[in-house]
Design a protein around this ligand. Structure first.
Ligand code: G6Q
Length: 750
């Protein structure tokens, strides 16, 4: 792509276009140019008319189309850019009327050649191009479906709008983007940053037509300047190329229509994985979609990369590590080889040590409180699972989880603890995490103040991969439970990081938790892709993200004990797939990991479900529910589950009310329903492994490394720099003016 930064970008764009037109005239005897954009067009026409340019082009051989409805019909001189600028060639104006642009376009389309030589695209301040606004509109999709090559009609702000469709744009011989002001330049810079230097491919968010953006192959772009434009040389991401093809895949009819057409949909689109019944019949996919997506999965090497993970290959390439969490839940007679070494015996060695320790604590009347100090992957897993398995906990022993470095977290736990009956589990893979070490030091001081230094040996254990730092901290490595660098933090709840959970629920139930994971691993490894639940759910997510443009997903468990499940998944998914470069460092031009969030039903229903039902954004939901509750109150459970089923139905099918628009439920809001008998340790393991593998498959299709997390580094580094600046002299000025002022304010007020 040719990028031109010029004081007068319209002149630069005009020169480029003139060159293309001259070439077309010399090749074919005539040329065609379509100019889109409402406010950009006058500048471009002005520059094209400029003698320096127009003298070089035989304008009588050029057919020019103005393809934006904002250029007024003939006769309205004030709003007619071509007339305003006294253009030397005859310009076919978009002959639209406010009432029926579709009808008026028929003649326009007939006169236009199949292949245009040059298409000019304007840039909207809000991130749209041509006259396509960024809001998806069903009319636009319908128009595109009915006339694949030509125009798009969209209704925006109550007005019908028409312009070229992406098929005409991409079918042209050349495309030029012009950004006429700083805001438009910023939009253009964002597009280019998501693209790359070498290829002629920018993702333009033509939301009306292609929710989430479509690929336009741009040959040249001109702007007056890109404020924040950093753009190193990169090559194409193969995943982006594969995903770009999805933009031509047809979207499905509505859920209502699909259910009407296929009486078997509610059985055909339900897949069992171990103890989980996954009903994806209310997902916005049909057989054709799934065929397309399964082909994408195969092209993306999903099976090979899954197998590479299980073969212990270093698929975490930026850290040069294997990804071995599946080994953590293998039976002792299985094998998982990392760097030539079978790690399963090591895993069981640690499990045995954990078991012995957990049994001792459970039997030892003196310990009644276990405090896990860790953060991120060393906190979220055990904390979530401890809540989830409330019904299976030891009667005497309670667990607390301290993660936040803000002192209220540790303070509130210490306030309700008795030193003599408290055991601290310091959980840190690296044993270098400042939050964890700060909290651990505070806990140690609190303990030794009460019981003396010798008490540390009895009341502190460590879970880590770093024995040296554990010893430095003052914990005897005999009281350390190890794991390995091939276990990612967010994939570690089933390693020694789960020690507090094992103490709470007991080694047998912890074993059953691991068996649940393992059973899902086996399903993932062995089920054909079309019956493979992690694969199916991953593909549906890819469809939503990359074809339909839904950039978020709600996970809504109908089980209060899964209150922390969405938070857990936020880390699992967003830290894994929140990436914008591929495994080889190429910038990707497709969307990757979605924004994950959620709360248990029914509480969420009385809060944010309004937006899910009637908001402007579509939010795909995963509902999770159980046949039996872990409590004796059947009436409660029936009410809970009826609510879950009702939500799934209401979102999918809605209820129209034309008389009262505020009571209208348009439906067609997709959801997937996961059901299991009961929330047991095994079922929890299955659920976690299901989502782990969804993340893995999506990471493979998006071409990203799901197993690193470099995005958390910059903030850590700056925090380390700022900490001494909060106290020292003189006032620091090493940052931007805003950050300097924030620090100065804090110093004054702390
Ligand atoms: C997880 C991340 C991160 C990590 C924490 C804690 O995948 O790497 O959340 O778990 O930063 O790290 P330590 O366990 O090393 O203290």
């Amino acid at each position: 792509m040719e990028i031109c930064v010029a004081d007068d970008p319209a002149v630069a764009a005009a020169r480029f276009i003139a060159g293309q037109l001259r070439q077309a005239i010399s090749d074919r005897g005539s040329a065609s140019l379509a100019v889109s954009g409402g406010s950009t067009a006058p500048s471009l026409f002005g520059a094209l008319r400029d003698a320096a340019v127009s003298g070089e082009v035989a304008w009588d051989r050029v057919d020019v189309w103005q393809v934006d409805e904002r250029i007024a019909p003939d006769g309205d001189a004030d709003r007619n850019a071509a007339q305003l600028t006294d253009f030397p060639a005859a310009v076919h104006l978009m002959p639209v009327t406010a009432d029926d642009p579709a009808q008026a376009l028929v003649g326009h389309a007939a006169a236009m050649p199949e292949v245009l030589d040059v298409v000019h695209l304007g840039v909207g301040d809000d991130g749209h191009t041509a006259s396509w606004p960024p809001t998806p509109h069903p009319d636009a999709l319908a128009a595109l479906a009915s006339d694949e090559r030509a125009f798009v009609i969209d209704e925006f702000n109550g007005r019908k709008r028409a312009t070229l469709g992406p098929i005409l744009v991409n079918g042209a011989r050349c495309r030029v983007v012009l950004a006429t002001g700083p805001k438009k330049a910023a939009v253009l810079a964002r597009w280019i940053q998501r693209s790359n230097d070498e290829i002629l491919d920018v993702t333009l968010p033509i939301g009306a037509v292609e929710p989430g953006g479509t690929h336009i192959f741009v040959d040249a772009a001109a702007a007056a300047g890109f404020d924040d434009y950093r753009h190193g040389p990169m090559s194409t991401s193969p995943a982006s190329e594969r995903l770009a093809k999805l933009s031509n895949a047809p979207v499905t009819p509505t859920l209502r229509e699909m259910f009407a057409d296929d009486p078997d949909r509610a059985t055909r689109f339900v897949t069992q994985a171990v103890g989980l019944r996954v009903d994806w019949s209310k997902a916005l996919v049909d057989d054709a979609t799934m065929t397309e997506l399964l082909a994408l999965a195969r092209d993306s090497g999903v099976e090979a990369r899954r197998d590479a993970m299980f073969a212990g290959e270093h698929i975490n390439n930026t850290e040069d590590r294997a990804v071995g969490h599946a080994a953590l839940r293998m039976p002792s007679d299985a094998s998982f080889v990392v760097d030539g070494h079978d790690v399963v015996p090591d895993v069981h060695g640690v499990l045995d040590a954990m078991t012995a320790f957990a049994e001792r604590v459970r039997a030892d009347e003196s310990i009644t409180h276990v405090v896990n100090i860790g953060i991120g992957g060393s906190d979220l897993g055990p904390a979530m699972a401890y809540d989830a398995l409330r019904a299976f906990r030891h009667e005497r022993i309670r667990c607390s989880f301290v993660s936040n470095v803000g002192g209220e977290d540790i303070a509130s736990v210490l306030a309700t603890s008795d030193p003599a009956s408290t055991l601290f589990v310091i959980a840190s893979k690296t044993f270098g995490t400042i939050e964890t070490l700060t909290n651990a030091r505070t806990a140690r001081a609190w303990l030794t103040d009460a019981l003396g230094d010798a008490a540390v040996a009895e009341h502190f254990v460590a879970v880590s991969t770093n024995a040296e730092r554990v010893a430095e901290f003052g914990i005897d490595t005999a009281n350390m439970f190890g794991f390995w660098d091939w276990v990612g933090g967010r994939y570690s709840v089933d390693s020694a990081i789960g020690l507090s959970l094992m103490i709470a629920i007991g080694p047998d139930r912890f074993a059953s938790f691991l068996e649940g994971f393992h059973a899902m691993d086996e399903h993932f490894l062995t089920a054909p892709l079309e019956e493979n639940v992690p694969v199916i759910m991953a593909l549906i997510g890819v469809w939503y993200a990359n074809r339909l443009g839904h950039d978020t997903k709600a996970v809504l468990p109908y089980a209060n004990d899964l209150a922390r499940f969405a938070a857990y998944l936020q880390q699992l998914d967003m830290e894994s797939n929140g990436k914008s470069v591929d495994v080889d460092g190429n910038r990707i031009t497709h969307d990757s990991g979605p924004i994950i969030w959620g709360e248990p039903g029914t509480n969420g229903q009385h809060a944010f479900y309004q937006l899910i039902h009637q908001g402007t954004r579509i939010i795909p939901c995963d509902f999770i529910g159980f046949a039996k509750g872990n409590h004796p109150y059947q009436e409660h459970h029936d009410l809970l589950m009826s609510n879950m089923f009702a939500q799934s139905e209401a979102l999918a099918f809605g209820r129209s009310n034309e008389a009262e628009p505020h009571r209208n439920f348009e439906g067609n809001r997709p959801n997937t329903v996961i059901l299991a008998e009961r929330l047991t340790p095994s079922v929890l393991g299955q659920l976690i492994a299901l989502y782990e593998h969804i993340v893995h498959v999506q990471g493979t299709i998006w071409g990203v490394n799901s197993y690193d997390q470099w995005g958390v580094e910059l903030g850590k580094e700056l925090a380390n720099q700022i900490t001494p600046e909060l106290l020292g002299e003189p006032t620091p000025d090493a940052h931007d003016s805003s950050t300097n002022a924030l620090i100065a304010w804090y110093r004054e007020h702390r």
